[in-house]
Design a protein around this ligand. Structure first.
Ligand code: ARG
Length: 649
């Protein structure tokens, strides 16, 4: 049973006599961190007492008089200024745990009203190498997908790949002008990625060369402004605005100098390599010409469409190999190109409904409170990312009957989604939930976006290989008893698990610093630690030659006589709450937190309670049941996050 949910529901009933809006008070009932306050504690009597202008302890007393928990808890106790402490009756906890030990779903009941969810995740732009940002989306989206499904919702995963964007113009231009046919025949996607980078670099080079003088002219202006602001700040030390102004001016100057350094670096990179320099000189209009290739593709040019038809399936196949390593499958891969035929209709509808207007030649939707226009058709007639996303919403709601769409995308796209959702609501899609499940950036040691030694955003495949190599060292150290082949298999699980877990266990909104050492620690909040904990429990059952199937079928009771057994039983019963918590605000870290705690609680239990050597056979059986349930909770929990386990490591 989900004890917390049950107790909260009892508290809700009791609160009816005290307030019309009990919900916020209900949430003040929480598991305790210290068992001397019982198993659960409610601190709602204090704020309620304030409302009722009563001493809090009196209110707490009145509240527990109404609180009907006699079947679940020992008589509630009031502590301090009015905390209500609840301790679950040990025999009731034992019966509930005995049920959980036999339940295939480990106490997680399916929701009574399933919703249809679309989880839009991964969604890389194809033909560019997938990088670490797409890793976050893939990992978080996949975990949410699995959790929602396990909770009994109808969930569809959609990989909204960028397969129609300007990168194709660049690749087509590169393919026509710079391709290495032998390389393309051998490894097409790698060659396309090279061509993309090359065209990008050459376009960037010309842009920087054109820009550099302007950047340089800015410096004296910025210097003057900074000096003036500093002088003013020095003259008026009490003036906070002046000080702030001076700091801002300083920052602008630093940013101006940084821009020059970065431009010069890009220019030198090309000029210092004669073959690149020659290419740059031979293709001065490259950016514009690449744009024209995109426009031709969109206008139906036969040759460009043929190339696109050739490139896209190869790029998708390359993505698939990455997904396979993560065990990710999509129910749909409806890329941007798929919506292309619907875009004109979307713009027409927006105009008809007077939602879109002309502005500087472009067609835009303006949303109150936002300065930025939501551009649905550019002045040159091109449709945009925004138009495609509106067509996507129409499809998801009208055809797939989505109740909720989750977009697992980098937080830097926040404004796009804000405008998108507001526009969709204006179009009449105002019943469904739209949610930008946003996430922060992965940083390197220098606290800048994570890059490899070559300075590139990290290619995902090489990252995975590196993870597995590093994991192999850990496995060699810790699992010497396994054969070489087995260790290889374990290293794969450990390496990939570490990458997934490290991403999920951070609050998704935060940036985090990528560190191999931390993410593979065998003793810490890592997948590795939990995977080893799982294997250890399996090892106990194996060593005891326990027939787990028979154990689960037996009607042996749970005996919770020692504190460590009780704590473990409570922890196992909290699994259903942890899974449900993930779905409230789409936060997988609530489940990693729970699993880490479970592994810790189990370690304490195993330290304090004999299991295999326990002479009393009823106690031994009960403890084996706890071991088995712990193993299953750890395995199920990690699997919901997309992380595999193995019984021996
Ligand atoms: N392709 C986009 C990118 O790589 C992400 C797409 C997210 N999904 C969406 N429906 N907009 O930035």
């Amino acid at each position: 049973m989900n004890l917390l949910a049950e107790l909260r529901s009892r508290l809700r009933q009791a609160l009816v006599s005290f307030t019309d809006s009990p919900e916020s008070f209900v949430e003040m009932l929480k598991p305790t961190t210290d068992s001397k306050f019982g198993d659960f504690q409610a601190n709602c009597a204090m704020p309620l007492a304030k409302q009722h202008k009563q001493p809090p302890r009196d209110l707490a007393l009145a509240l527990i008089a109404k609180l009907d928990v006699a079947d679940l808890c020992d008589p509630p106790e009031i502590a301090g200024p009015g905390f209500i402490n609840l301790r679950v009756k040990t025999d009731r906890l034992a019966t509930e745990t005995a049920l959980l030990c036999r339940d295939e779903r480990l106490g997680v009941t399916a929701v009574s009203r399933p919703r249809t969810y679309i989880v839009d995740f991964s969604s890389p732009n194809v033909a560019k190498p997938m990088h670490v940002g797409h890793l976050r989306s893939t990992v978080i989206g996949h975990a949410l997908y699995r959790v929602l499904k396990f909770l009994g919702h109808n969930v569809l995963s959609d990989n909204h790949v960028g397969d129609w964007g300007t990168q194709f113009g660049m690749i087509i231009y590169g393919f026509k002008n710079f391709r290495d046919q032998a390389a393309y025949d051998q490894a097409p996607v790698a060659e396309l990625a090279r061509l993309y980078r090359l065209v990008n670099q050459l376009s960037d080079y010309h842009e920087q060369v054109a820009n550099l003088p302007k950047l340089q002219q800015q410096i004296p202006v910025l210097e003057q402004a900074a000096t003036a602001a500093q002088r003013l700040a020095a003259a008026t030390p009490a003036d906070k605005d002046a000080a702030r102004h001076a700091r801002r001016a300083d920052q602008d100057l630093v940013a101006g100098r940084d821009a020059i350094t970065s431009a010069e670096k890009k220019i030198t990179e090309v000029q210092s390599r004669p073959e690149l320099k020659a290419l740059a000189e031979a293709h001065p209009q490259i950016a514009e010409l690449a744009r024209r290739e995109t426009a031709k593709l969109h206008a139906g040019d036969v040759e460009n469409k043929r190339l696109w038809d050739e490139f896209v399936p190869q790029c998708l196949a390359a993505l698939e190999t990455v997904y396979q390593r993560f065990g990710v499958k999509f129910d749909m891969t409806l890329g941007e190109s798929w919506y292309n035929p619907m875009l004109a209709g979307i713009v027409d509808e927006l105009k008809q409904k007077h939602l879109a207007v002309e502005s500087a030649g472009a067609t835009c939707v303006f949303i109150e409170g936002n300065d930025a226009p939501f551009i649905v058709q550019k002045a040159d007639g091109a449709y945009t990312y925004a138009t495609t996303d509106l067509a996507t919403i129409r499809h998801r709601i009208e055809t797939l009957h989505a109740d909720a769409s989750l977009y697992v995308v980098d937080s830097r796209q926040g404004e796009h989604f804000q405008l998108l959702f507001a526009t969709a609501r204006k179009m009449g899609y105002d019943q469904a939930e739209f949610r930008h499940v946003s996430f922060g950036t992965v940083l390197g040691d220098d606290r800048r976006p994570f890059k490899t030694r070559s300075g590139d955003t990290v290619g995902l495949e090489s990252l995975l290989d590196e993870a597995i190599q590093n994991a192999r060292k850990i496995v060699d150290e810790n699992s010497g008893h396994l054969s070489d082949e087995e260790r290889g298999r374990v290293a794969e699980l450990v390496g990939i698990g570490a990458i997934i877990y490290v991403d999920l266990h951070h609050n998704r909104d935060s940036d985090y610093v990528f560190s191999w050492e931390k993410m593979l620690a065998t003793n810490g909040d890592t997948a590795t630690y939990i995977q080893y904990a799982y294997a250890r429990v399996c090892g106990i059952l194996r060593k005891g030659e326990v027939d787990v199937a028979a154990l689960r079928l037996s009607d042996a009771p749970l005996l919770l006589n020692s504190p460590a057994e009780r704590v473990l039983a409570l922890q196992l019963n909290a699994f259903s709450q942890a899974v449900a918590d993930v779905a409230v605000d789409y936060r997988p870290n609530l489940l990693t937190q729970y699993l880490f705690e479970t592994a810790n609680v189990f370690a304490r239990f195993y330290d304090q309670c004999t299991v295999l050597k326990e002479p009393d056979s009823d106690i031994r059986t009960s403890r084996l049941l706890l071991c088995d349930a712990t193993a299953r909770v750890l395995k199920q929990g990690l699997e919901l996050l997309g992380i595999g386990v193995t019984e021996q490591m």
